[in-house]
Design a protein around this ligand. Structure first.
Ligand SMILES: C[S@@+](CC[C@H](N)C(=O)[O-])C[C@H]1O[C@@H](n2cnc3c(N)ncnc32)[C@H](O)[C@@H]1O
Length: 362
C-alpha cells in the first residue's frame, strides 16, 4: 500500500477532505477535515480520486469525539453521518463557506445573505429513514463504496424510529426486503425529514409573504401541501402542481376553498406550456423541487408575464444556483436563507427570494 502525506486544504461537495498528491493529483478523503495533517492511500482512481484516511497525524481543532453508537470501529464513522466527529459550530461554518463559494462561482449574489439557521436539535431530529438489510442486520450503505454499516441504534433519528429498528432487527430473515423505509405516512410520498426545522422554514416563509395584497400564486412540486398550507393564506387563488397523485389527494382532502391541484410531470417537455396556459395572471411562484432542481425556471418566467416574485426552496444549492443564474438579467436576488436540515451531514437547504426588476411590456 502506497501511503502519502498531505495537509487537507478544503472540503468537496460531499463534505470530504481535499488533498493533493506530490504529483498534483486531487484526492477526496472522507473523514479528513481542513487543517488536518494526514496519511492517506488511494482507494480508487477515476472521474474523481477517492482516498482512504490512514491516520490523522495532526488534528484540526474542529474534531470531537464521535458519540454515534453504530460507528465503524475502524474508521470511527457511520456512513449516514460523515460529520458526527466534527463540532457543530464547525459544521455550520463549513456550510456557510460552501454557500459563499457558490455565490462567487455562479456570480449571482443576494442583496441579503442570512447565515445558516441551525437545526433546533443537533441529534434525534430525523423523522424518516431508509435502511438496508444484509442477512439479519439493518444498517446504512455508503452510496460511493457501497460498504454496509450495520447499526444497533442511530443518534440522529427520532426515538420512535430507534424502537422500530429494535423491533425490526429481532424479526429479520432472508425473506425480508433489502431496503426498508421507516416513516410516518405512505412510502413514495415526500415529507421534510426534520420536522422542527421544517416548521422554522414555514415561519420564515410566512413572514416573507405579503399578507395584505393577495393575488394568484403558483406552487410547483407541492407534495402533500406542506407549504401550500402557508401559501394559501397569501393567495387569492393557489395553483399547486405535483407528480405524486397520492400526495395531491391529501391536499384535495383538506378542501381548501382557494386551492386547485394539478397532477403533472413537471420535467415533461409539454409541462411549461400547460403551466403557462393556466398562469397568465399569476404574480408569485414558490417551488421546492427534488435534488435535480428545475432547469426550466428561466424559460418558465418568460412565459408568465405578471410574475413578480419567486421563492425557490432547494435541497441542493448547486442545482439551485444553476437554475437561478438565467434570472440574473431581469430579476433581483433579494435574499438568501440557508437552513441546516441534516446536522452531522454536509447537506444544506437554501431558499432564495427574487423580485422582477420592472413590469414587463405585454
Ligand atoms: C423536495 S419535495 C417537496 C415537496 C413539498 N414541497 C414538501 O415540502 O413536502 C419534491 C416533490 O417533487 C415531486 N416530484 C418529483 N419528481 C416530479 C416530477 N417529475 N413532476 C412533478 N413532481 C415531482 C415529489 O413527489 C415531491 O413531492
Amino acid at each position: 500500500m502506497n501511503v502519502s502525506l498531505a495537509t487537507v486544504s478544503d472540503l468537496n461537495s460531499e463534505g470530504w477532505g481535499v488533498v493533493r498528491t506530490e504529483a498534483g493529483e486531487v484526492v477526496f478523503v472522507p473523514g479528513a477535515w481542513p487543517g488536518d495533517e494526514i496519511e492517506f492511500s488511494i482507494l480508487k482512481r477515476g472521474k474523481f480520486n477517492l482516498g482512504k484516511l490512514e491516520k490523522i497525524l495532526k488534528k484540526s481543532s474542529a474534531h470531537r469525539e464521535n458519540i454515534c453508537p453504530s460507528r465503524d470501529p475502524q474508521t470511527q464513522r457511520c456512513v449516514a453521518c460523515p460529520w458526527a466527529g466534527i463540532h457543530y459550530k464547525d459544521q455550520l461554518e463549513a456550510k456557510n463557506k460552501k454557500i459563499d463559494f457558490l455565490i462567487n462561482r455562479f456570480k449571482f449574489a443576494p442583496k441579503i445573505k442570512n447565515p445558516i439557521l441551525p437545526s433546533p436539535e443537533e441529534f434525534h431530529y430525523r423523522n424518516r429513514v431508509k435502511l438496508h438489510r444484509e442477512e439479519k442486520s439493518l444498517g446504512y450503505k455508503d452510496p460511493v463504496t457501497l460498504k454496509f454499516n450495520p447499526i444497533s441504534e442511530c443518534k440522529v433519528v427520532e426515538e420512535w424510529i430507534n424502537l422500530e429498528i429494535k423491533k425490526l432487527s429481532s424479526s429479520l430473515d432472508e425473506n425480508s426486503t433489502q431496503e426498508i423505509w421507516i416513516q410516518k405516512g405512505q412510502e413514495g410520498e415526500f415529507n421534510q425529514g426534520n420536522t422542527r426545522q421544517n416548521n422554522q422554514i414555514k415561519e420564515i416563509l410566512q413572514k416573507e409573504l405579503n399578507q395584505k395584497e393577495k393575488n394568484q400564486f403558483l406552487e410547483l412540486f407541492c407534495g402533500s401541501g406542506n407549504f401550500s398550507e402557508v401559501l394559501k393564506n397569501s393567495s387569492s387563488k393557489l395553483l399547486c402542481y405535483e407528480g405524486s397523485q397520492s400526495s395531491l389527494q391529501k391536499i384535495d382532502d383538506r378542501k381548501w376553498s382557494n386551492v386547485e391541484t394539478f397532477h403533472l410531470n413537471l420535467y415533461s417537455s409539454s409541462s411549461l406550456n400547460q403551466i403557462a396556459k393556466m398562469n397568465q395572471n399569476t404574480q408569485q411562484l414558490f417551488l421546492d423541487p427534488p435534488r435535480s432542481g428545475f432547469k426550466e425556471l428561466g424559460h418558465l418566467t418568460q412565459k408568465l408575464p405578471k410574475l413578480q416574485k419567486i421563492f425557490y426552496l432547494s435541497c441542493n444549492p448547486i442545482t439551485f444556483f444553476r437554475d437561478v443564474v438565467p434570472l440574473s438579467s431581469e430579476w433581483t436576488f433579494e435574499k438568501l436563507y440557508s437552513f441546516d436540515m441534516f446536522p452531522q451531514t454536509p447537506h444544506i437547504e437554501v431558499m432564495g427570494v427574487f423580485h422582477r426588476n420592472e413590469a414587463r411590456q405585454e
